[in-house]
Design a protein around this ligand. Structure first.
Ligand code: HEC
Ligand code: HEC
Length: 489
């Protein structure tokens, strides 16, 4: 038996009889007949509506618990190994700019979600995700702002999209949480916050939390052909379990006369963001600078809100290259500096210092992760281009635990927002590296508990239904081992 069919047999057996047996016995008994029977069961489930008839799933009782986030920061936030002195210098000045708190005379606002990249991307170090204490709460006290009810001191950091416009047509855009109105340095600016409570009342508000950028340069250096190769791998197992996955292609020529052409790019695979909606770190930097902070730049040169009286002092675009600078490095514009910093951030380093876990249980958990089928989407390793530049990124194994593909995650995780080819139910497989140090999970940060994050993989239409059930069918000790493994990442 090949490795793939062995896993398939095991998996399907678990799905068919809903567990109960120790994995070793199950492995030994996994036969072709069982696999066929289980496949029929899954087909029947599918015919019953979506990939499974029921909307959600209550896991059977288990003693397995999320060991919690690792306290030690370790070397998170360090630069990649093998950089030259000049590259390291640029990493450091990029980091300073990424952490800088911006002011109105530098172009901040008129609408914003926070005033620095580093404020949202800070757990467990600069470049990471939402911190324990949400810095947006303090920002809401500046100027005329009020704190929307969906933000709290104990996090997570959130940004907001509205699903529909007032007339019912699709919106999908980010709506700035705060404004600069009422600040002493923004006299004359009268832009008001959106009416969040009214939008909440009509069920029109969806959330996203920050994704971490550790190792982001390596993700950028993975060629499309590698993503496609991996998408085609293990196709028997994926098909039997109802897992499809497709790249979020950024296609040209999607415009309809009279409407703006969103995402009209070069036809290659998007990979950054919760829906893999962005192609590169430079594009993401330009977008984030404008959308999160209201600072226009060379990639996104016009204000999202052009209300008169709000951008009195700042030139347009607010940030650009300084062609008169003494050295090329000092002349780089901010979005280039952010990009250099993120490209050169080292990937998260796994640790065995997980509360209550032994190195053996972490190893056992790693095997379970593959055996129950998590790895069919959360691909442990993809490789960078053999000629990726700089040379320290070339031909590297990237242990990101993602296929960088979009998957239908069912009605339970749906946000109803279309981005590129990603539908309102589709999400990029969240890379799991660094998971051991994260506090909030899933695109909207709805939970900080791993068991709940896995449970949420199950709902009508989700490609992950069979795998989710297989996880909860494991004996408690093996569920625990898998959770320990996840917190070691
Ligand atoms: C208000 C909080 C906030 C601020 C400020 C912020 N971000 Fe983010 N960042 C987010 C959120 C939320 C996402 C996920 C967005 C999505 O997928 O729709 C994200 C995602 C990203 C990603 C994608 C990483 C990946 O692999 O998915 C990059 C790159 C990034 N931000 C860079 C930046 C830079 C550079 C800045 C400063 C110019 C910045 N961010 C400022 C909240 C923030
Ligand atoms: C069909 C593909 C698929 C399978 C199978 C799958 N996942 Fe996921 N996983 C995803 C996607 C997509 C997301 C992001 C969903 C969202 O945020 O709405 C995700 C998110 C997660 C997260 C949250 C990560 C974060 O940063 O918020 C964890 C933890 C996770 N998965 C663990 C697992 C485990 C453990 C298994 C196996 C039991 C598994 N997944 C199986 C696709 C999958």
């Amino acid at each position: 038996m090949t490795k793939e069919t062995r896993h398939l047999g095991f998996l399907l057996l678990l799905v068919a009889c809903n567990g109960g047996e120790p994995a070793d016995t199950a492995l030994a008994q996994a036969s072709t007949e069982t696999a066929t029977a289980a496949r029929e069961t899954i087909e029947a489930m599918r015919r019953g509506g979506g990939r499974d008839g029921s909307a959600s799933f209550t896991p059977p009782p288990s003693t397995a618990r999320d060991p919690g986030a690792r306290e030690s920061i370790g070397d998170a936030g360090a630069a990649l190994d093998g950089l030259s002195d000049k590259q390291r210098y640029l990493f450091n000045i990029g980091k300073l700019d990424f952490e800088e708190v911006e002011e109105v005379d530098e172009g901040l606002g008129p609408t914003l979600n926070l005033d620095s990249c580093g404020g949202c991307h800070s757990q467990p170090a600069t470049g990471g995700t939402s911190p324990r204490i949400n810095p947006q709460v303090a920002l809401a006290k500046v100027g005329n702002n009020t704190l929307p009810s969906f933000l709290s001191l104990n996090g997570p950091v959130r940004e907001v999209r509205f699903v529909r416009n007032a007339d019912g047509s699709p919106d999908g855009g980010v709506h700035g949480l705060f404004t600069i109105s009422g600040r002493p340095d923004a006299v004359g600016c009268t832009v008001q916050q959106p009416r969040f409570e009214a939008e909440l009342a009509r069920n029109n508000v969806v959330f996203r939390i920050p994704t971490p950028v550790f190792g982001a340069g390596l993700i950028e250096a993975i060629p499309d052909s590698e993503i496609r190769r991996n998408a085609a791998a293990a196709s028997n197992s994926k098909q039997a379990l109802g897992i499809r996955g497709r790249p979020n292609m950024l296609l040209t020529g999607q415009s309809i006369t009279g409407t703006p052409n969103h995402n009209g790019n070069d036809g290659t695979i998007g990979r950054f963001g919760w829906k893999a909606q962005n192609k590169s770190l430079l594009i993401f930097s330009g977008e984030a600078y404008n959308v999160e902070m209201g600072i226009t730049n060379l990639a996104f040169p016009t204000e999202r809100d052009e209300t008169a009286g709000c951008q009195i002092l700042a030139p347009q675009p607010n940030s650009e290259a300084d062609l008169d600078a003494g050295s090329p490095a000092d002349g780089l514009s901010s979005i280039e500096k952010f990009t250099v910093f993120m490209r050169f951030l080292a990937p998260p380093r796994p640790s065995t210092q997980v509360t209550g876990a032994t190195a053996d249980s972490i190893d056992a958990g790693r095997r379970q992760f593959t055996d129950v089928g998590c790895a069919l989407c959360h691909t442990p390793t993809l490789n960078t281009h053999v000629a990726a530049s700089p040379a320290s990124m070339a031909g590297k194994a990237v242990d990101l635990y993602s296929d960088l593909l979009l998957h239908d995650m069912g009605i339970g995780l749906a946000d109803g927002i279309q981005q590129g080819q990603a539908s309102g139910r589709e999400w990029r497989t969240a890379p799991l590296w660094g998971l051991g140090q994260r506090l909030f999970f899933l695109h909207d940060g709805r939970t900080g508990d791993l068991r709940e994050a896995i449970t949420a993989h199950y709902s009508t239409g989700s490609e992950a239904n069979a795998v989710t059930k297989a996880f909860f069918a494991l004996p408690d000790a093996q569920q625990q081992a898998l959770l320990n493994f996840l917190r070691s990442l």
